[in-house]
Design a protein around this ligand. Structure first.
Ligand code: ADP
Ligand code: MG
Length: 289
C-alpha cells in the first residue's frame, strides 16, 4: 500500500462522513467479515420516550412514577432520561433520593422517602397482570422495566425507541458485501428480536441480555471462531467492546468514549456509512496493489 493511495482513501472517507484514525485502519477494515451492532443508539435512535404505565389495580400511577422518576433523574441512561422526563410531566416535582446507585445493564436502585426502590430488570416476581403487560410490550419491541418498592413490584413502565430509518438499508448493504451482522444488546431477548426482525437480522443473529462487561467477551468469542470482527456502537456500555474489536466504529452522535475507543467514526450516526467505509477500504487497497 502506497502512502499516497492510503491518504486518498482517508480523504475520500472524510467526504463520506467517516473520520479515520489513521491510514493503517483501512487494512483491518478490508478484512472484516462480521459486524456486531449495538442496538440502542446504533440501530435505534436511542432517544427514548415513556409510553405506558401499568400498576396493580387500585394503585396510584402517579406515585409509582414519582418513585421511579426520583431515582432515574440521577442517571444518564437514555431509559432513565425518558422515565424522569415522563414522571416530571405526569407527576410534577420529584422527591430527592436519600441514596442512589446506578447498576450498569440492570437499572438503578436507591432509597426514596424511606423505601428501597429499584427500577430496571431486577429479579422480581410479577403479579399476573404486570407480567402480561411486560411481555406484550416486549413482543412489540418496547423495553419494559419494573418499579419495585421494598422488594415488591409496584408497576411496569414501557419506553419506546425508534429504529433509525437507515438501519434496514444498512444491513442489506452489509450483507451484500458478504458480512454477517449480529445485534448485541443488554435488553430483553423479545425486544431485541422484534427490533432485529424490523431491520432484517435473524433470531440466530441476536445476542441479547448481555451485561455491559460481557460485551467484550462476545467480541472475543467471535474472534476465537476465526472471524475478523467490526463492532459498531455509541459508547454507552460498549466502549470496551469497541476497543477489543478488530475494527471499532463509533457513532458520531455517541459519547466521547466511543470515539476514543474506535478506529473509525461515522460522523452523522448513519449506519449505511459503515458499509461505505468497508467498500472504500476494499477499493482503496485494491487500487494500490
Ligand atoms: P443496551 O445494550 O441496549 O445499550 P443497557 O446494557 O444499557 O442496554 O441496559 C440493558 C437493560 O437494563 C435495559 O434494557 C433495561 O432493561 C435495563 N436498564 C439499564 N439501565 C436502566 C435504567 N437506568 N433504568 C431502568 N432500566 C435500566
Ligand atoms: Mg448502548
Amino acid at each position: 500500500a502506497t502512502p499516497t493511495a492510503l491518504m486518498v482513501g482517508t480523504g475520500r472517507g472524510a467526504q463520506l462522513g467517516i473520520l479515520i484514525k489513521g491510514p493503517e485502519v483501512l487494512e483491518s477494515t478490508r478484512r472484516v467479515d462480521t459486524v456486531v451492532l449495538d442496538k440502542t443508539g446504533t440501530v435505534t435512535t436511542g432517544r427514548m420516550a415513556l409510553q405506558d404505565v401499568y400498576v396493580a389495580e387500585g394503585d396510584d400511577e402517579k406515585q409509582v412514577l414519582r418513585l421511579a422518576g426520583a431515582l432515574e433523574h440521577a442517571s444518564e441512561h437514555p431509559i432513565a432520561q425518558a422515565i424522569a422526563a415522563g414522571a416530571q410531566e405526569q407527576a410534577g416535582d420529584l422527591p430527592v433520593p436519600e441514596h442512589f446507585e446506578n447498576v450498569p445493564g440492570l437499572g438503578v436502585r436507591g432509597r426514596v422517602e424511606g423505601h428501597e426502590v429499584t427500577v430496571g430488570r431486577f429479579p422480581d416476581t410479577l403479579p399476573e397482570g404486570m407480567a402480561r403487560a411486560k411481555a406484550e410490550a416486549e413482543a412489540e419491541g418496547r423495553t419494559a422495566v419494573v418499579v419495585a418498592r421494598d422488594g415488591v413490584a409496584l408497576g411496569v413502565l414501557t419506553v419506546a425507541d425508534a429504529i433509525k430509518e437507515t438501519s434496514a438499508e444498512a444491513i442489506r448493504e452489509l450483507r451484500a458485501l458478504g458480512l454477517t451482522p449480529y445485534l448485541l444488546t443488554g435488553d430483553n431477548r423479545a425486544v431485541a428480536e422484534a427490533v432485529a426482525r424490523a431491520v432484517g437480522i435473524g433470531p440466530g443473529e441476536v445476542i441479547a441480555e448481555v451485561l455491559p462487561e460481557e460485551k467484550v467477551d462476545v467480541v472475543k468469542r467471535l474472534q476465537a471462531e476465526g472471524r475478523t470482527v467490526a463492532m459498531v456502537g455509541d459508547g454507552v456500555n460498549d466502549a470496551a467492546a469497541l476497543a477489543t474489536a478488530d475494527l471499532g466504529l463509533a457513532m458520531g452522535t455517541g459519547t466521547d468514549a466511543a470515539i476514543e475507543a474506535s478506529d473509525l467514526t461515522l460522523v452523522r450516526g448513519d449506519l449505511r456509512v459503515a458499509a461505505d467505509a468497508i467498500r472504500l477500504s476494499r477499493r482503496t487497497l485494491t487500487t494500490i496493489k
